[in-house]
Design a protein around this ligand. Structure first.
Ligand SMILES: *Cc1c(COP(=O)(O)O)cnc(C)c1O
Length: 409
């Protein structure tokens, strides 16, 4: 059997040349969904991913799911049963997390520019707010006084280091996120004068790293920073959220992140943390690592065209649903996500073809000159690694096409 060169990197089985998602052959699934394009998330793969990670992490480390990676309510509900906490970044996500049945004490709310109504929602719900500024702290205390509640808070710290070789640096240097580490002692003193229920620290250095050594380094620095800052805390620290940053491979040649050395190095770090701060629990918060590889985007070939010798598979799906796969979500050089023709998985490569979408812009590309099976009108093109940062991270209103359907199977 010849495999397409950009075959999926993981997980999804192929039976009789057809990709299976959630145990359902793709063409059958497309009929069940009713129309294309759609995103399908495999619930067993999500479960397996969390189990595999937990089996490696040291005892007592809390695992949180950052729902902005994929806030589909059914998926969040599924994840809520698997992880220790949910991290939200808006009032809308907070509602999704609460609806999913997660206990408020296990929900944390981070993100810049939290509005007054969002802060009030969070205080009333009793979730922990990761405070991004002094203004936010004062606003929370005021809202708490009005409600007769001491708001649960943690300080989001802009660390004095970054997650090296990460796709997205969220800490270190000048950043709009969090409170600069050197300002934290002063803000802690202020917190000590207010009626707030101080929990601890949230330190998020970056995202999408595939290098275990970089993550180990960031984790050690985060824990050391938390220990230093804890000296100025008004009450004993109960939680230290050191972010995550675990990446997934999207592009040819990228190696899967090796979690084993990260977990091994975390064990003594957790011990030293709990030795110094006996009440503190360590939390990791991950988004794409938990769900990104568990989802596919499926679009149907509407036209097959040859333009001056190049093949174009024109599909009903594109950038308006999947900005990241089109290469327009922060990529400097466009690279192809893994793409295949899902109902012709065993077909011999037919030569390069590009997969494009329905938008009138040359940016609307799902695959640029990839080796794909010979596809025809009606075939189903699959973009792998699509379980995170899909529809909610895409310009869905552009050109007025319908939103994609999403299913959890
Ligand atoms: C976006 C975000 C995450 C999740 O990032 P992933 O790369 O999806 O793991 C975690 N924590 C915070 C604070 C975030 O903003």
């Amino acid at each position: 059997m010849n495999k397409p060169r950009h075959a999926p990197q993981i997980h999804f089985p192929v039976v009789d040349d057809v990709l299976q998602v959630g145990g359902i052959p793709l063409n059958r699934l497309a009929q069940r969904v009713g129309r294309t394009p759609f995103f399908a998330y495999d619930r067993d793969l999500c479960t397996q991913r969390v189990r595999d990670l937990r089996a490696q992490l040291p005892q007592g480390v809390l695992l949180h799911y950052s729902i902005k990676a994929n806030p589909m309510p059914a998926l969040v509900h599924h994840m809520a049963g698997l992880v220790d906490g949910l991290d939200v970044a808006s009032g809308g996500e907070l509602k999704t997390a609460l609806d999913a049945g997660m206990a408020p004490a296990r929900i944390s709310f981070a993100g810049p520019a939290k509005q007054e109504d969002e802060l009030a929602q969070a205080v009333a719900a009793g979730v922990c707010v990761n405070v991004e500024s002094e203004r936010e702290l004062i606003a929370l205390a005021r809202i708490g006084d009005a409600f007769g509640i001491a708001p649960r808070i943690a300080l989001r710290v802009n660390p004095d280091f970054e997650l090296k070789s990460s796709g997205m640096k969220m800490g270190g240097g000048a950043k709009p996120f969090g409170i600069d580490a050197e300002e934290v002692p002063r803000v802690l003193r202020l917190a000590g004068t207010l009626n707030v229920d101080f929990q601890g620290f949230h330190i998020f250095a970056g995202s999408q790293s595939l290098r275990a050594d970089a993550i180990i380094d960031a984790q050690a620095r985060s824990i050391a920073l938390a220990l230093r800052l804890a000296e100025a805390a008004p009450v004993p620290v109960r939680q230290v959220n050191i972010g995550g940053g675990f990446g997934i491979p999207y592009f040819p040649g990228e190696e899967r992140l090796d979690v084993a050395p990260i977990a091994a190095r975390l064990a003594p770090e957790v011990e030293s943390l709990t030795a110094a701060l006996p009440q503190a629990r360590l939390a990791l918060e991950l988004g794409r690592y938990l769900v990104g590889e568990c989802g596919v985007y499926v679009a149907r070939v509407v036209d097959r065209k040859v333009s001056r010798g190049e093949v174009f598979l024109v599909t009903d799906g594109g950038m308006h649903h999947h900005l990241a796969a089109s290469g327009n979500l922060g990529q400097v050089i466009r690279k192809n996500y893994p793409v295949a023709v899902g109902n012709r998985m065993a077909a011999v490569d037919s030569g390069p073809a590009s997969v494009t979408g329905p938008l009138c812009t040359p940016l609307d590309i799902l695959a640029d000159r990839m080796e794909l099976a010979h596809a025809q009108v009606g075939d189903l093109v699959v973009v792998f690694q699509s379980g995170a940062y899909g529809p909610t991270a895409s310009p869905g209103a552009f050109l007025g096409h319908p939103a994609p359907l999403e299913v959890l199977v």
